[in-house]
Design a protein around this ligand. Structure first.
Ligand SMILES: Cc1ncc(COP(=O)(O)O)c(C=O)c1O
Length: 385
């Protein structure tokens, strides 16, 4: 049975209220196996923020993955699902001293940093830990880039690496090429930058042997993206080129690529309206919008694939898609072209495909009184949902 069939069977039998997300944990397991096979010995630290549903975490614990956590709450969640604290990497560079102490007390020994004050906090509250310094890259923009929020320029990174060693920490390097990065050459830029810094650190008496290549592997929403094996091959080539004497110990933090394809979001049309006699575009308001699941439609960055359930046939016409709240920003797509049947009406439903990442985890608690996106899980770990 395909994943989509399993998910639709659940939706059709249980008829949960929409909007809701259904995740097939078997597909998550399959994606984890695929990534592990493609990247060989690299340590996988799943980015929990992509989808923290307990059955998803159970699946990844069983698959032998570790976790990239960003807060005490994510640490607590992973430990409650049976994760080994030694397999948790605190990847958020923005953290309070109390957050670091919390992590250390629970056995976390791997952190990422990009600022001297954070490094000093790490030395104080997580003594002797492995600390990767995140480097800012001059790499092609991804679909949902981080801008300049994280990472420091290579010369600053070198200072931090040397300082980390002096403080008794175990320095390494990290980079992240931005989420939904369709260009594998971005990683080559990161690897080349790291190799240069490894050499400079060695010249200053500090040996580096760990590199965290982040996440960012893209998912095919409405357009084709490279397969995970293609990313792995390009990254392998770059490592051989820039580290000819042997690659460092690799860590990766995939999020989206492990869970997106495993999720289907079912939504219902609330209203179809014509706003002008001259504009042929109809406004179609769904029961899911920017605040209860489709946050990544911001700037129309992620354009999802919508599959209608009611096949009415007949001609289609252009639409603007919007969410259900009273907020003017809760518009999903007005520049991205979407066409829907002219016969579309309130009550019609859509399945939004590849919606397993950054949907439920981004939804607000109760904006306009609308509850956060509910997640159900099917597959081997589904009963735990
Ligand atoms: C530090 C860090 N690692 C990993 C990820 C996961 O990225 P992706 O879901 O694109 O694989 C993110 C995403 O925001 C991140 O901030």
């Amino acid at each position: 049975m395909t994943s989509l069939t399993r998910i639709r069977r659940f939706l059709d039998e249980r008829e949960p209220p929409t909007p809701c997300l259904v995740v097939d944990t078997d597909l998550v397991a399959a994606r984890a196996a695929e990534v592990a096979a493609a990247f060989g010995t690299a340590r996988i630290r799943y980015a929990v923020k992509a989808n923290p549903a307990p059955p998803v975490l159970d699946t990844l614990v069983a698959a032998g993955a570790g976790f990239d956590v960003a807060s005490p709450a994510e640490i607590r969640l992973c430990l409650a699902r049976g994760a080994d604290p030694a397999a948790l990497a605190y990847g958020n560079t923005v953290k309070k001293p109390a957050d670091i102490a919390f992590a250390y007390e629970r056995g976390v020994r791997e952190f990422t940093t990009d600022a001297e004050s954070d490094l000093e906090n790490l030395a104080r509250h997580a003594p002797g830990s492995a600390v990767s310094v995140r480097v800012l890259l001059d790499a092609p923009d991804s679909v949902t880039p981080f801008g300049r929020k994280f990472g420091c320029e290579p010369s600053v990174a070198l200072d931090l690496v040397l300082r980390a060693a002096a403080l008794g920490l175990r320095p390494g390097l990290a980079f992240h090429v931005g989420s939904q990065q369709p260009d594998p050459s971005a990683w080559e830029i990161g690897i080349a930058t790291a190799a240069k810094l490894f050499a400079e650190a060695a010249a200053a008496g500090v040996t580096l042997d760990r590199l965290n290549i982040g996440g960012g592997f893209a998912v095919g929403y409405r357009s084709e993206v490279p397969a995970i094996a293609e990313y792995a091959a390009k990254i392998g080539d770059a490592l051989r080129t820039h580290f000819p004497d042997g690659a460092p110990e690799l860590t990766m933090e995939p999020g989206r690529v492990l869970v997106a394809a495993a999720g289907v979001l079912r939504t219902e049309v609330v209203l179809v309206a014509r706003r002008s006699a001259t504009d042929e575009r109809r406004w179609v308001y769904l029961d899911v919008g920017r605040y209860n699941g489709l946050a990544e439609a911001e700037n129309e960055a992620i354009a999802y694939r919508f599959e209608p359930l009611e096949e009415r046939g007949g001609p289609s016409g252009p639409v603007i898609l919007a969410g259900p709240t009273c907020d003017g920003d809760d518009v999903l797509y007005q520049r991205t072209a979407y066409e829907l049947p002219l016969s579309l009406r309130a009550g019609d439903r859509f399945d939004i495909l590849a919606a397993g990442a950054y949907t439920a985890s981004y939804s607000s608690v109760a904006f306009n009184g609308i509850e956060p996106l509910r997640t159900y899980c099917v597959g081997r770990y589904g009963d735990a949902a």
